[in-house]
Design a protein around this ligand. Structure first.
Ligand SMILES: [Zn+2]
Length: 130
């Protein structure tokens, strides 16, 4: 018996960058800024069945915090600007980086979870019943 070919999967990073569905690659993974849509409008994949957890958010706190802290220290030590300039720069930058990277990280995590489950299901189907 010939094994069925696995379905083609879209490129993980490109799909995540445009917020695409992990199965068909069409845009529409998010219904809000960082909120998943209930299901794919194109292929019907149920996004609610995936659980990406809060790992991405806690990991991003360290990345974004490190970037903002480094830039703020550099600016302060180099130019000693007034405090309002720090607030004007770092609050929007931290918010934008957090939301942008959180969206990307959640899209990558759901794509990886989908691929893992698809590979496991294909392997289970090939093994057949006992
Ligand atoms: Zn889809």
């Amino acid at each position: 018996m010939i094994d069925p070919a696995p379905p083609p999967t879209p490129d993980l990073l490109l799909t995540a960058l445009r917020g695409g569905c992990p199965r068909c690659g069409e845009a529409g993974l998010f219904s809000g800024v960082v909120t998943f849509a209930p299901r794919c409008r194109h292929c019907g994949l149920d996004f609610a069945s995936f659980n990406v957890g809060d790992g991405a958010a806690s990991f991003l706190i360290f990345i974004v915090g490190g970037i903002i802290l480094g830039l703020a220290l550099w600016l302060e030590l180099s130019f000693a600007p007034p405090i309002w300039l720090h607030a004007l720069l770092w609050i929007p930058l931290a918010t934008g980086l957090t939301l942008g990277l959180l969206r990307l990280a959640k899209a990558i995590l759901i794509a990886m979870e989908y691929r893992h489950e698809a590979a496991a299901a294909l392997s289970e189907a090939n093994d057949g019943p006992d």
